[in-house]
Design a protein around this ligand. Structure first.
Ligand SMILES: C[S@@+](CC[C@H](N)C(=O)[O-])C[C@H]1O[C@@H](n2cnc3c(N)ncnc32)[C@H](O)[C@@H]1O
Length: 273
């Protein structure tokens, strides 16, 4: 179950920052912060921040007059986040915490973001209530949650290949990022947590990896697939890599494996109490 909660160990957080952040999470963060309309001087919280890409981009936008904090359950992710942000002009405060119990005072932030984290939280209502608590009256929340795997052609093909060459449990790990709340559920969760003016929109993130083989190697280094793929027999790995080369050939351009990832972005305001 830990694998379904996106808990990386060992070199996983460093590999996540090196491979997955530039390939797909950095572009998503820019769209999320655009939707949230972050302004100079604001105080921004990044919940389930991972290695902190949203927090770093927010720091660049709020400038030295603003403040940024990031929270995550995973200490390894936070260590990489701290190192990656070391040279920024705005110091980011990092806190190890479950999203449902933030060690932060109420009314401390103008904006709270959670990028591709909500799908892993066991108690989403509690996490959003905590998010609401730490916002000033009228503060904003901005969430990003991948759409279901049927809308993600490359990862759907990857999951099918995992089912053929690994097992159901490994394929299920590939489904987990895409099993988050949909549009109606996002509206309901946000309203129930005390937000109004909810706006949910679909956005497309352009993902790039050097090749289908590198997509496999990089996911095996940087995601909860690490343990099951490390246990795969060499012939099963070769068959998996061969199928991905073949099944993803249509997404290879002159440079890279290039494909769309669809996400929902949700923005809302903390309603008056
Ligand atoms: C896919 S990563 C996204 C990280 C980051 N927001 C990004 O966009 O790169 C999901 C993150 O959720 C964190 N996470 C999972 N369960 C959590 C919980 N209960 N409370 C806080 N963070 C959690 C994981 O540790 C992981 O860093």
């Amino acid at each position: 179950m830990t694998s379904r909660r996106f808990q990386l160990q060992g070199q996983g957080p460093a590999a996540y920052e090196r491979y997955l952040v530039p390939a797909q999470f950095a572009a998503c963060a820019a769209q999320l912060l655009d939707l949230a309309a972050v302004r100079p001087g604001e105080r921004v919280l990044d919940v389930a921040c991972g290695t902190g890409i949203v927090a770093r981009q927010a720091a660049a936008r709020v400038g030295p007059g603003g403040a940024v904090a990031g929270t995550d359950l995973n200490q390894g992710m936070l260590e990489v986040a701290r190192a990656a942000a070391a040279d920024l002009p705005v110091e980011i405060a990092w806190h190890q915490a479950d999203a449902a119990a933030l060690p932060l005072p109420g009314g401390a932030f103008d904006l709270a973001c959670c990028q591709q984290g909500l799908q892993y939280l066991p108690d989403r209502p509690a996490a959003l209530a905590e998010t609401r608590r730490v916002l000033v009256p009228g503060g904003r929340v901005a969430l990003a949650v991948w759409r279901p795997i049927d809308h993600q052609p490359v990862y759907a093909a990857f999951a099918r290949a995992l089912r053929r060459h690994a097992d159901e449990e490994t394929a299920a790990i590939m489904h987990a990022p895409f099993a988050g709340p949909g549009r109606d559920e996002l509206h309901r969760l946000l309203v129930d947590a005390g937000f109004d003016k909810v706006q949910v929109r679909i956005a497309t993130v352009a993902a790039r990896f050097p090749s289908p083989g590198e997509l496999l190697r990089r996911q095996a280094a940087s995601s909860p697939l690490a343990a099951p793929l490390a246990a795969l027999a060499p012939e099963a790995w070769r068959a998996l890599a061969g199928d991905l080369d073949q099944d993803l050939a249509g997404w290879v351009d002159d440079d890279d494996l290039a494909f769309p990832l669809q996400t929902r972005l949700a923005a809302a305001h903390a309603a008056p109490r």
